[in-house]
Ligand binder design. Structure first.
Ligand code: FAD
Length: 494
């Protein structure tokens, strides 16, 4: 066995999570190693990135990866979901369709350029603690073995979950198998109506859903998502009439293949100096088209935690809480979104497949008491008291706001660039967890200004002069939260 080096951070896996974390941490000056099991990936999924992902690529200095033969700009989605009719959604700005083999290669190359040591064709086998770090044993596909020592390990090994599977990962919520084929059309795929060829298409059917993504003008990946294993790709595809029509004049480019796409989470995401990053910690339903963005966000949170703890070991507890909270909130939010899709499909198709998924998601959301616990603006915007306060603000622009007794200002930990910092947040009797932002609006600042203004437009303008400007809708949402959650009382005008 050869001993091969000492690192600040070792990332297991070179998917979007591992390669993004390695890129960021190497750029921030750390000694980083990335170990990836595959040497080259000839085959891989085509996946959709929502328009909101573009901002992340810019922020991480990775925007050039959205160009090249592995990426196509996409203008929207075409769906047949829980209804007979077709719905065409057009994005305001571009989303992207990426072909993962080329995309992952480019992202790993970027991590290497940024200064990380990258070792492909090498699988991590075991981890054990030593007095001065974590020892990671590896084996290359040529049979060589060795070990690295690192101060932090990021498990970015996706579904394989090298660390996650050792008692941290929970059982899947429900089983989903993806059956995937790539199709080449001699002319153009017959997208309905005036839908663009760059669209993702998605269709619910009785016992599953079908989904297609272009990787070039003439080639699309077409997948069917089912619960069982006792079916074949073509038999299943025939059950999704719109996608069966889509491929009618096309030919398969190779053998279809299958991939596990079951949803899971973990009971913990941080274990001393090991973090579960991206899909290693949780897998959200691919319906969301959010997995890559989630993995990159998770990588950024992990990089911030590593940087904070390596600078100041005493911040370790807060940093771990921050990471846990971020990972859990993303998972819960994705279930809230899936619930709507599953309920719509269950209402239309009325099948055990959809009812089972709805029930599984409801159970977890009950377990997490998501609405109560979650401090994200999306959850709060559904709160009936907040909805009522918003309605009256929209009906009458006059304000007479008074601070209420019992409002507390407490620190919360949030990321600022590369580090975690403490900032003021507001809590009240009915907002147990302190909140700093709702829809990008700083609650403590708005709270302090609110009683000095007597018209909504005046308060809105003053807030936007004093802080990063926000849209009126978001501003009103945040003000409604302050009123509904007992931070401010609005005197009823006589
Ligand atoms: C059918 C399907 C459709 C999807 N569609 C979309 C979509 O449209 N849009 C979207 O954003 N997301 C989609 N996703 C989700 C997306 O693929 C994942 O969320 C994303 O790949 C997560 O990135 P990751 O880096 O965490 O994990 P991965 O991409 O899984 O990377 C993990 C890496 O770890 C490596 N590895 C594993 N074990 C070891 C080991 N022992 N040693 C070293 N390396 C190891 C693996 O080889 C792999 O490269 C889809 C997923 C599926 C299954």
């Amino acid at each position: 066995m050869q001993r091969s080096g000492e690192y600040d951070v070792l990332a297991i896996g070179g998917g979007p999570a591992g390669a993004t974390a390695a890129h960021l941490l190497a750029r921030w000056g750390y000694r980083v190693a990335l170990v990836e099991r595959a040497r080259a990936r000839p085959r891989g999924l085509a996946e959709s990135l929502p328009p909101s992902a573009t901002r992340l690529f810019h922020r991480f200095d990775l925007a050039d990866l959205l160009q090249g033969s592995h990426a196509i700009a996409a203008t929207g989605n075409t769906s047949w979901w829980g209804a007979d009719g077709c719905r065409v959604e057009r994005f305001g700005r571009a989303g992207y369709q990426i072909h993962r083999p080329g995309f992952d290669r480019a992202l790993i190359a970027r991590a290497r350029q940024s200064g990380a040591l990258v070792r492909t064709g090498t699988a991590v086998k075991r981890l054990h603690s030593s007095a001065d770090g974590i020892v990671v044993d590896w084996r290359s596909d040529a049979g060589r073995t060795g070990c690295y020592r690192a101060r932090f390990v990021l498990d970015c090994s996706g579904r394989a979950g090298v660390v996650a599977r050792r008692g941290l990962r929970r059982a899947s919520l429900y089983r989903t198998q993806a059956l995937v084929g790539f199709w080449r059309h001699r002319h153009r795929f017959p997208m309905p109506g005036d839908a663009d060829q760059t669209h993702t298409s998605v269709e619910s059917y009785r016992d599953g859903w079908a989904w297609s993504v272009p990787i070039s003008p003439r080639v699309r990946s077409v997948a069917v998502m089912t619960a069982g294993t006792s079916t074949t790709y073509l038999r299943e595809l025939a059950r999704a009439p719109h996608h069966a029509t889509l491929v009618a004049g096309a030919a398969l480019t190779g053998r279809p293949w299958s991939s596990d796409a079951s949803v899971y989470d973990s009971c913990r995401y941080a274990d001393h100096r090991v973090l579960l990053v991206g899909d290693a910690g949780s897998f959200i339903d691919p319906l969301s088209s959010f997995g890559v963005k989630k993995a990159m966000m998770s990588a950024w949170r992990a990089a911030v935690v590593v940087n904070t703890v390596l600078q100041n070991g005493e911040a370790s507890g807060e940093a771990h809480d921050y990471f846990e909270r971020g990972e859990r909130d993303v998972f819960v939010r994705s279930l809230q979104q899936s619930r709507k899709f599953f309920h719509d499909a269950a209402g239309f198709h009325g099948q055990a497949f959809w009812a089972g998924r709805s029930a599984a998601v409801d159970d977890v959301l009950d377990r997490e008491q998501a609405i109560e616990r979650s401090t994200n603006g999306e959850a709060l915007s559904l709160d009936p008291d907040v909805v009522r306060a918003l309605r009256s603000l929209k009906e009458d622009v006059r304000l007479d706001l008074r601070p209420q007794a019992g409002v507390r200002v407490e620190p919360v930990v949030e990321a600022d660039g590369r580090a975690l910092v403490k900032r003021d947040a507001l809590a009240t009797a009915s907002l147990k967890d302190p909140i700093r932002y709702v829809a990008g609006v700083e609650l403590p600042r708005l709270f302090n200004m609110a009683s000095s203004y007597h018209q909504v437009p005046d308060l809105f303008e003053a807030y936007n002069r004093a802080a990063s400007p926000v849209a009126l809708h978001d501003f009103l949402g945040a003000l409604s939260v302050l009123i509904a959650k007992g931070a401010l009382s609005q005197q009823v005008p006589t």
